[in-house]
Design a protein around this ligand. Structure first.
Ligand code: KIV
Length: 269
């Protein structure tokens, strides 16, 4: 599948679904549940790797997790993040994109309005997702963007420039819904919103937020299941069972044949 598939969906007014995954079993479950695009974001750093910031994520981290997701979901369209400071020049962006593509990414995503980087990647045949609004790699905190007319006009101009440069998708993060709607309406490329209202062509969430696996909660998120609480309870029940001799039970193990056991007893007597 190629990005053009999603441009056609945009033209037909069909929304599509994007969700992050960082490992094979989660990616497989997401595809079974009908997710259209799996995104291996640099959010892997704070959600899985225990880093304090997305800035600590390396290209090797990304390649490792992209490869795992690709093994779990061989046919899915996969967007992979270029980490912080790995696309500071055209040459560096191309070298970084090559690593992610080799690991299994169909499309590379980077933060910020850099149409030159889009053009360089497109010239070499990469599919490209841009990411504007809140840029976690470049801005401190999870702050809303584009709230004033001036800031919103700048984001719209950035979006148009990235679209004209050939971007295949645009992630819009934490911007007002009216601005996201105007950007979506004017772009050829499908928009993927997160905290940007319902008018984007697609939505993305971080799977750890959706499943309430982490400690954080965000206004833009909906917790569809309390997996963190369920896992904690399950682990506590396991720990109680081990300590009180209820696990493992008879049927969690197996026994030796009587003759083998008798022979063993003779050997070790
Ligand atoms: O890193 C990430 O998961 C992202 C999404 C939140 C869009 O960039």
């Amino acid at each position: 599948m190629a990005a053009g598939h999603f441009v056609e969906m945009k033209k037909r007014g069909e929304k599509f679904v994007v969700l992050t995954a960082y490992d094979a079993p989660t990616a497989r479950l997401e595809v079974e549940a009908g997710v259209d695009i799996v995104m291996v974001g640099d959010s892997v750093g704070t959600n899985v790797l225990g880093y304090a910031s997305e800035r600590e994520v390396t290209l090797d981290d990304m390649a490792h997790h992209i490869a795992a997701v690709r093994r779990g979901a061989p046919g899915v369209y996969l967007i992979g993040d270029l980490p912080y400071a790995t696309y500071d020049s055209e040459a560096q962006a191309l070298a970084s994109a090559a690593l992610l593509a080799q690991a299994g990414a169909d499309c590379v995503k980077f933060e910020g309005a850099q149409p030159d980087i889009v053009r360089a990647l497109k010239r070499e045949g990469y599919e490209v997702c841009c990411h504007i609004g809140l840029e976690s790699q470049h801005q401190e905190g999870k702050r809303r963007q584009g709230k004033t007319a001036e800031a919103a006009a700048k984001l719209l101009a950035d979006a148009l420039a990235l679209d004209a440069a050939g971007a295949d998708f645009l992630v819009l993060e934490l911007i007002p819904r009216e601005l996201a709607a105007k950007i979506t309406e004017r772009l050829r490329a499908p928009t993927i919103g997160i905290g940007a209202g319902a008018d984007c062509d697609a939505q993305v969430l971080v799977v750890h937020d959706l499943a309430a696996l982490g400690t954080r909660d965000f206004k833009h998120n909906r917790r569809y299941v309390e997996l963190g609480a369920a896992l904690r309870e399950a682990v506590a029940a396991y720990a109680r069972d081990v300590r009180e001799g209820r696990f493992p039970a008879e049927d969690n193990g197996f026994s030796m044949e009587a003759a083998e056991l008798a022979a063993l007893e003779k050997i070790i007597a």
